[in-house]
Design a protein around this ligand. Structure first.
Ligand SMILES: *Cc1c(COP(=O)(O)O)cnc(C)c1O
Length: 345
């Protein structure tokens, strides 16, 4: 079989969620947008619900409707993009809670679904989603009279604890919400790690549950094993892969493995990347192709059946460093061509 194998450890996922939950007095929600960061919302969300998560967050109403089918009635499902035109049937049918981002969205919501639950998203400086202070000032009394389920904002720099933006956003969020008797939420993974004044009533961990930074103590959740399709010996002067970008100086042995950039193994990682055969590190040789990668297995005593790209030796953040990106992008890029095993549920 040439198919690579992605193993998702639901036990580690649950442990990570629990550890993040225990770091705060607040109730921990769970962010499962983008198919649970590419790991499969239909398996991830029920595992988190079993662990005790009662509030889930998604980016779009369509994701929320799929999540409702998975979770059934009970858990609250919040939609970051709020109430977009055309969403009313989904929001009602799946009993979603749109996070209202503007006066326009508020009008759409009360006209289209009077009495249906909603939350409020405030912009405290990121300039991405939510109402700014002036807009919130104009809407506040009307919105509060209708009993929002949650008021939230989002931090721009929470992965940099010393960044002045954190305290600035905290101050602004407090100015906009102090004295309001509605549950409040400010922190994703990074904010949870900033400390208790950032926690409020509900936290929204995502990446940390999935084993990524900035949650440095996360247990690895994903491992990726790629089968060796062919092994060949090179003479000095022979090259490997497109563009002849690697040329052997010494005799060496190359394994061609069965995954590539079509599977989210970013071509930009290029020659910085390596894989593991047990405890031996094996470097990538030449360019990453769509479905194949050449790997140096000269030092191995026996021909490996597969090599590990993600696992105990290296994380999504290791790969992200090689590619000049972040663990989030590595996770959400993992393709649909893997055999997926869910373990440890
Ligand atoms: C994605 C997202 C989260 C989760 O962030 P992590 O850094 O993955 O923990 C929380 N809140 C909002 C608004 C988000 O967009």
């Amino acid at each position: 079989m040439a198919q690579a194998r992605l193993t998702i450890d639901l036990g580690a996922l649950r442990a990570n969620w629990r550890t993040l939950a225990q770091k705060a007095q607040a109730e921990a929600g769970a962010v499962v947008k983008a198919d649970a960061y590419g790991l499969g919302m239909d398996r991830v969300a029920p595992a988190l619900a079993e662990e005790g998560a009662r509030r889930f967050f998604v980016a779009q109403a369509e994701e929320g409707a799929a999540l409702r089918r998975t979770l059934g009635a009970g858990p609250e499902i919040f939609v970051f993009s709020g109430h977009m035109a055309g969403d009313a049937d989904l929001i009602r049918g799946a009993n979603l809670v749109p996070m209202i981002n503007s006066i326009d969205q508020m009008l759409r919501h009360v006209e289209g679904l009077p009495g249906h639950p909603f939350g409020i998203q405030l912009d405290s400086g990121m300039n991405r989603l939510g109402m700014e202070p002036a807009e919130w000032g104009a809407l506040r009394d009307i919105a509060l009279a209708q009993n929002p389920a949650l008021i939230m904002s989002h931090l721009a720099c929470a992965d940099e604890p010393d960044h002045g933006m954190n305290a600035h956003q905290l101050r602004l969020f407090r100015q906009m919400t102090d004295g309001i008797d509605v549950p409040r939420s400010l922190s994703a993974t990074g904010g949870i790690l900033l400390g208790p004044e950032y926690h409020f009533d509900v936290t929204r961990p995502g990446i940390g549950m999935y084993g990524g930074l900035p949650f440095i103590d996360a247990r690895p959740v994903v491992s990726l094993s790629i089968p060796v399709i062919q092994i060949r010996d090179l003479e000095p002067g022979e090259s490997v892969g497109y563009g002849n970008s690697f040329v052997a100086r010494n005799p060496m042995r190359v394994a061609t493995i069965g995954a590539g950039y079509a599977d989210g193994i970013l071509r930009a990682m290029g020659p910085k990347a390596s894989l593991w055969a047990g405890e031996s590190r094996c470097k990538v040789l030449g360019r990453i192709s769509m479905d194949l990668i050449g790997v140096d297995v000269t030092a191995l005593h026996s021909a490996p059946e597969a090599l590990e790209l993600l696992g105990q030796h290296q994380s999504v953040d290791t790969l992200a460093d090689w590619a000049g990106t972040i663990g989030y992008e590595i996770l959400t890029s993992l393709g649909n061509r893997y055999a997926r095993d869910y373990v440890g549920a």
